[in-house]
Design a binder for this molecule. Sequence first.
Ligand code: UD1
Ligand code: CA
Length: 488
Amino acid sequence: MSDLDAIVLAAGRGTRMRSALPKVLHSLAGRPLAYYPVRAALELGARRVVVVVSPDAKDAVERALSQHLPAAPLQFAIQEQALGTGDAAKAGLAALSGSAQVLLLYGDTPLLSATDLEPVLAPLRSGAALSLLTFQAPDPTGYGRVVRDASGQVCAIVEERDLSGAAQRRIDEVNAGIYAGNAKVLSAALATVGPHNAQGEYYLTDVVAEIAKTGPIGSARSDPSVLSGVNDRHQLAQAEAVLHARTRARLARSGVTIVGEPLIDDGVVVDTDARIETGVRLRGNTKIGARTVIDVGCVVEDVELGSDVTIKPYSVLVSSRVHDGAVLGPFCHLRPGSEIGAQAHVGNFVETKNAKLGPGAKANHLAYLGDVDVGARSNVGAGTIVCNYDGFAKRRTTIGQDVFIGSDSQLVAPVAVGDGSYVGTGTTVTADVPAGALAIGRARQENRPDYAKGLRERLRARADREKTDREQTEREQTDREQVQREKK
Ligand code: UD1
Ligand code: CA
């Protein structure tokens, strides 16, 4: 349908979420809740999507959706007060002047895809002015019930709180909240809707009975598993579990080895023959190259990993880049702005921040590398710390190529260590080291021959003296206490 526009209703109060955050901004597999229906509408071919938002959430919703759907034909309409879905639909239609066919969705149904929406359009092609999706709910609680007449035609939707009579209460066919219809007919019908119901709201669902007066309402039954709405945080968690399971299945089918149940955000891209282990969390804008292994328990957020990279267990990587063949972890921490060169190694308890390691560079154990460039093939020894902060400002340190930094050294920024130089173990580097030099800054060691035996004897004698003194003091104390008791 080439002239289809869409409206996504996202201005509700979301009371059941019990949250200060607008419901449609709650995160679901790394995307705001409202992202999913908007994307489904776009995939179905909607020319433009109007998102109806509340005045106070407008900026935040607009920012979030534009970030996740850059360049999408989105428009935002404000519903001044949350007077109900009918009132929200009015606000949406007003923003869409000149539309012929409109798809109407709720912002809180994240599991549906364009394929799931497709059946709602078919009845329009055969002349229906309004069409909707329904499903058979094992537990219809909370959903509007679809009322059909004797001939089986949809004639009304009755919300749970407005049900009357045993016959209505027995209905288990419910309204999925997905509608498509002629924009003019919808606007005219919405004008007749009033707040005459248990909640005192303008119900979009009331247009069904109104339009049914003039012609048949199209309907299609669909799969309940994709239509469930998110009204509270339990349903949010359930929907997220479904999205995660789908992502695992999709990646596995595309040639990624998935072990156990890693949790992978919607936008993450993983190349073939990569292996993602159990307990891994991949977030945000993360890309993983071919044959790369992310072992148990790693958290990776907004990181680009090349191919043949190995991330050993329990590493945390944020806003960084790792080139082909690098080996990281276990237990390493890449903080934002880190770039790890091809074949480089970052080992146990190494923390990097705004650090660039060249190809083949190594920092294998216990180091802090903040605001530093480490050249190709240089080796940073265990316990090395780049002192990048003086309490006021951060400064940068440069380590050249083929440098050896001995264990337990400190580099006090700003400082430059030249190519091929050697920093002796335990050195505090405060001045630049020229290329090829040895820098050593520690007290010189002195050996006293045969000194140890005498030293031991003196130390033992002192300990013995101290023990005797202690015992004497204790005896005197006990005696004093004895005298006290006898006096009483
Ligand atoms: C709605 C339907 C119900 C259907 C169910 C499917 C109505 C009256 N009821 O009920 O028949 O079975 O969805 O999930 O439509 N919203 C606004 N402005 C408002 C009120 C709501 O934009 O003033 C938005 C909300 O942000 C939400 C959507 O509309 O995204 C649905 O609102 P909600 O209150 O969740 O409706 P339900 O009670 O679930
Ligand atoms: Ca809902």
